[in-house]
Ligand binder design. Sequence first.
Ligand code: NAP
Length: 285
Amino acid sequence: MSAQFIDGKAISASIRQEIREETARLAERGIRPGLVVILVGDDAASQVYVRNKAKACEELGYHSEVVRLPAETSQHELLGLIERYNADPAIHGILVQLPLPKHLEEKPVIDAIAVEKDVDGFHPVSVGNLMIGDDALLPCTPSGVIELLKRSGISPAGKHAVVIGRSNIVGKPVSMLLLRENATVTICHSRTPDLPAVARQADILVVAVGVAKLVKKDWVKPGAVVIDVGMNRLENGKLAGDVDFDDVVETAGWITPVPGGVGPMTITMLMANTLKSCKRANGMG
Ligand code: NAP
């Protein structure tokens, strides 16, 4: 039997509707969530991401600012700008689009963002709060994965979750979130021996590797939930996940398509974080 699709587009649309309603209620009290996105240089993919973020803000009635800086911007200038937005009461979320041009250091830039405005969830204090289970602004793609599971009626509790990938932006935080949801978690990476055998133990398999169609049907336990975070551009211009969808779809119980699975959730969770930060700044949660 073919796997059931986890429809990221539909789930994302329903979360956005909830956000829209809450934003409208806040507007009645004169409160408006605000997000600034800072883009340094002219990386083509980053331009698209930034445009999509600004568009999402517009659709949801947020205050939105996009700052486009030339590639030769200095570290000092960038840090100064972040300081300004840290102090700006109209702004509840600050996002610096990564990657930065080579001459800029990412870590001091991330560290400079006020923790309460860290809507990407990359600040070391946000990461630490996630680790110790404190309330934190959670990184967007990992929290999107958890929302996809929950809203599809899949509880990670008591399940064996296998995560392939240990990056700071996806693999590690999604593993922590699954642990927080009471899954038993195995984290795999490029040095894991016999990866297919480990993956085959998973009730929930999360793949965040960056290798197109790596995961085949013999990596998947029949009936398992397969969450494909990968976004790889093929030579023919099409997007492909890290899972060989056509090969796996008959074996898995649930599967996210690419595109239309995890992808749409990332910006939606960014919007949810900005709303959360705005409510906190106004003493509401
Ligand atoms: P990354 O920083 O490059 O990390 C990749 C991870 O995969 C590393 O831990 C690496 O292991 C592991 N890995 C690489 N090749 C492997 C192999 N053959 N077998 C087992 N493990 C392997 O990538 P990332 O930022 O986490 O992104 C992963 C994928 O998710 C990419 O396709 C990216 O485009 C996509 N992504 C999507 C979204 C979204 O919104 N949907 C957001 C972020 C990322 P080592 O640590 O041992 O090197």
